[in-house]
Design a protein around this ligand. Structure first.
Ligand code: NAD
Length: 435
């Protein structure tokens, strides 16, 4: 499963040869810690008091000329003329951003009542996605839209995530931070252990991405429940023991899965991660009904059923977080995956529809991660040439790791992320598939 091409291009002869042949040049992504400071730029006349939030990220002001992170506050861009300031701010510095560095553009949602503002703010999306595709060297570019441009603190957990190594495989994304909500945006006592005292349940957590999610959430202080099918009970139990959590052997397609989960977590769930998923690929013309229904049942119907049951039973605590797992196959489509693509697009529909009501009714946010090509057992089973294409067809020219999805989940699960709701965030290195 190791990415031998990435290792090869990291050597001097490999770099020489692949450059000469015009092949992709992936940079090994920095997932540890950044060295380097932060550059804070503005475009347009802004009212946003961003400096205190940026100061708390731990990245000091850049004094080296090679910033690890650049934040462009473009919330004041209200017309096309002001877009020139976006160019003027970033053009001189973009080349100097450190390898694996971060660029975050801050904007506001396009205003349906002002087509000049809407044009200028929508322009930032095309700008961000284009810069992400050209910037190279493991650097990422993302756009954060602040619904309430007076409340920089509502975006603190989001900025910390996007400006840190935790977001190594998240690029070309547009995230909306809504008005501060009833679901919590207050800073945790300890930013290192934001989930202390919280209970997280992760489905499909015996292995792969789910195991990484459970590991990351536990590392941030959560008490985790590792749920997986009865056949994987031993693996789930071992994973839970390592994390000081508990295992729950349960097939989530069971009619009463919601009730059984609620019974297993009597204190209620603070973070519910719907990660379990399966593929049963076949072109539609060759796909028997059972292959269709098993994928729809695990990936979508059970998510709907258990979410409904747990919310109705009050088993997701106020301030809780639900994170479901979509896929770029659900956004862009994929040959041989009509069942899987349908199920994952269904997750997007579920998240967008339920999010405002879950927030209003239960004080719970609902978001999705949409992984691209992640190095797991699922993708190791993909035939070689398709696998190699999947790995390279993104702006970072490599596959992501389970920890990348886990870190994104942890940001959405963060107690201070209450203003992030109804978002579908791709963890795909800005895959060329889909917008
Ligand atoms: P994986 O096959 O390695 O792990 C999936 C886990 O889910 C397994 O432990 C499995 O036993 C469990 N599971 C399956 N059916 C279940 C059921 N009915 N009840 C309870 N548990 C069940 O897969 P992965 O690659 O880690 O993927 C995790 C999630 O991420 C899935 O939803 C998948 O669709 C999604 N995803 C993965 C990728 C990727 O590149 N690996 C890309 C996009 C989306």
């Amino acid at each position: 499963m190791a990415d031998r091409y990435l290792s090869f291009t990291g050597t001097a002869p490999g770099r020489f040869l692949t450059r000469r042949l015009g092949l992709p040049q992936p940079a090994a992504l920095e997932r540890g810690a950044f060295s380097g400071g932060l550059l804070h730029l503005t475009a347009g006349k802004t009212d946003l008091d961003l400096a205190p939030v940026l100061a708390r990220t731990g990245l000091g002001p850049d004094d080296t000329g090679r910033p690890a992170a650049v934040v462009l506050d473009a919330t004041g861009v209200r017309d096309v003329d002001a877009l020139a300031e976006v160019h003027a701010a970033l053009h001189p510095v973009v080349r100097s951003v450190a390898t694996s560095g971060r660029v975050v553009v801050l904007g506001t949602p396009p205003d349906p009542a002002d087509h000049h503002q809407a044009a200028a703010q929508q322009a930032l999306e095309g700008f961000t996605r284009s810069l992400g595709k050209e910037i190279g060297r493991g650097r990422t570019v993302n756009l954060v839209r602040l619904a309430d441009a007076a409340r920089a603190d509502a975006a603190e957990s989001t900025l910390r995530f996007l400006l840190s190594p935790a977001s190594a495989y998240v690029s070309g994304q547009v995230v909306e931070v809504g008005p501060a909500s009833g679901s919590g945006t207050a800073a945790p006592d300890d930013w290192e252990l934001p989930l202390a005292g919280r209970t997280a349940l992760v489905t499909g957590a015996a292995r792969g991405i789910g195991a990484a999610v459970a590991h990351t959430l536990a590392g941030q202080g959560a008490q985790v429940v590792v749920l997986d099918v009865p056949q994987a009970e031993d693996e789930a139990r071992r994973a839970a023991e390592r994390l000081g959590g508990t295992a729950l052997a349960l097939d989530i397609t069971a009619e009463d899965a919601g009730e059984r989960i609620a019974a297993a977590v009597p204190g209620g769930i603070d973070v519910l991660v719907h990660n379990a998923g399966v593929t049963r690929d076949r072109r539609l013309a060759n796909m028997p009904a059972d292959r269709w229904s098993s994928v729809l049942d695990v990936n979508l119907a059970s998510v709907l059923r258990t979410t409904d049951a747990l919310l109705a039973a009050g088993a997701v605590n106020r301030g809780g977080r639900i994170v479901a797992t979509a896929s770029i196959a659900g956004l862009a489509g994929n040959a041989g995956q009509t069942n899987y693509g349908a199920s994952k697009a269904g997750i997007v529909g579920l998240v967008r529809s339920l999010a405002p009501r879950a927030l209003a009714g239960h004080g719970v946010t609902v978001n999705a991660v949409a992984p691209g090509f992640i190095e797991t057992r699922m993708t190791a089973a993909v035939p070689l040439f398709i696998r190699e294409a999947g790995r390279r067809m993104n702006s970072l020219a490599q596959g992501g790791l389970p920890v990348d999805v886990a870190q994104t989940t942890a940001w959405l699960a963060h107690p201070a992320s209450g203003a992030v709701n109804g978002q579908v965030v791709r963890v795909c290195g800005q895959s060329l598939l889909g917008a």
